[in-house]
Design a protein around this ligand. Structure first.
Ligand code: SF4
Ligand code: SF4
Length: 305
């Protein structure tokens, strides 16, 4: 754990006794804090007024998190939320987002998959975080385990150099992103990703071929801090799409939606450049597995088995 000297002054004044009320309040923050946070966070802006997808800015003041106790050992979610605040206070190049998925805790409920679809308003055929299943052993000693599979945010991402228009790149904090305004939909990156983490948005809706389109399908998503409605086949229709660790949520001080939603606390997320973070603790565990490590992609999503 962190020494007291490292705890920001405002946390020291709150006292950091965790009460049940604190727990409930922090859990509520992870779910609904975006509304409160958006208006108070200073972020860099692109020419159209949305936050820059390049994230060239970095140091953030996140008032939405100032009510979250720092000494949050009671629940991983609260601790991760507090550590997110510390990470966002650093320059972008000093933080490194990583994810650890503990397959011993994943119950295969697919809550993360559904939460991600709702968060990013994903259409049919586009799923950022499917849960893969593996069965092993010999009857009667058969076991099943689950592998949620987001984008691995590879350190050597084969999806990036193949893009003919430089519409996809890796940020200094480790997240590989897509600029929907630049993407021409050639799908080279989709073929290049060995994990199948990228899919194309073909412009389908769940209510196609039904008598009436449902209003929720035309609601905009807020990927990369901008508003994308898919109306009239505008972006991201026709673009490559993939998990981005909910960058738009990170930028307002919230954990990725899959992390907040995971009922087994099987998904641990945070700044692996911070040796005291929960994710760094998990990354020191010996029982690690990286998918397709032999491809040399250097994934930033690690599984505990
Ligand atoms: S589909 Fe888009 S992001 Fe992918 S390679 Fe083509 S232009 Fe680049
Ligand atoms: S998992 Fe695929 S899409 Fe994600 S960074 Fe790696 S190669 Fe690119």
């Amino acid at each position: 754990m962190r020494s007291g000297a490292e705890i920001p002054p405002e946390a020291e004044t709150t006292g950091v006794e965790l009460s049940r009320r604190d727990l409930i309040r922090a859990a509520a923050l992870t779910a609904v804090g975006a509304v409160a946070g958006v208006g108070t966070v200073a972020v860099s802006r692109s020419s159209d007024g949305g936050p820059s997808p390049r994230g060239a800015d970095s140091v953030r003041r996140l008032p939405v998190l100032e009510t979250v106790p720092n000494d949050a050992g009671a629940d991983p979610l609260i601790r991760m939320q507090a550590e997110l605040r510390l990470a966002m206070a650093k320059p972008i190049e000093e933080r490194r987002w990583s994810m650890v998925i503990d397959t011993r805790k994943c119950v295969g409920c697919h809550a993360c998959t559904v939460a991600c679809i709702a968060e990013n308003k994903l259409p049919p055929g586009v799923v950022y975080r499917p849960v893969l299943e593996e069965e092993f052993g010999v009857f009667p000693n058969v076991q099943r385990r689950f592998f949620p599979r987001p984008c691995m945010q590879c350190d050597e991402p084969p999806c990036v150099p193949v893009c003919p228009v430089s519409a996809t790149w890796k940020r200094p904090d480790g997240i590989t992103i897509i600029d929907y305004d630049k993407c021409i939909g050639c799908r080279y990156c989709i073929s290049a990703c060995p994990y199948g983490a990228r899919t194309s948005d073909f412009g389908l809706n769940y209510t196609d071929d039904t008598p009436e389109a449902q209003p929720y399908e035309s609601l905009p998503n807020h990927e990369y801090g901008k508003s994308w409605s898919r109306e009239d086949h505008g972006s991201p229709v026709g673009n490559a799409r993939k998990c981005h660790f909910c960058l738009h949520r990170l930028e307002v001080g919230l954990l990725p939606q899959c992390v907040s939603t995971c009922i087994g606390r099987a998904t641990i997320f945070g700044d692996s450049n911070d040796p005291d973070s929960l994710v760094s603790e998990q990354l020191r565990q010996p029982n690690q597995l990286k998918l397709l490590e032999e491809k040399g992609t250097k994934p930033n999503v690690v599984y505990l088995v």
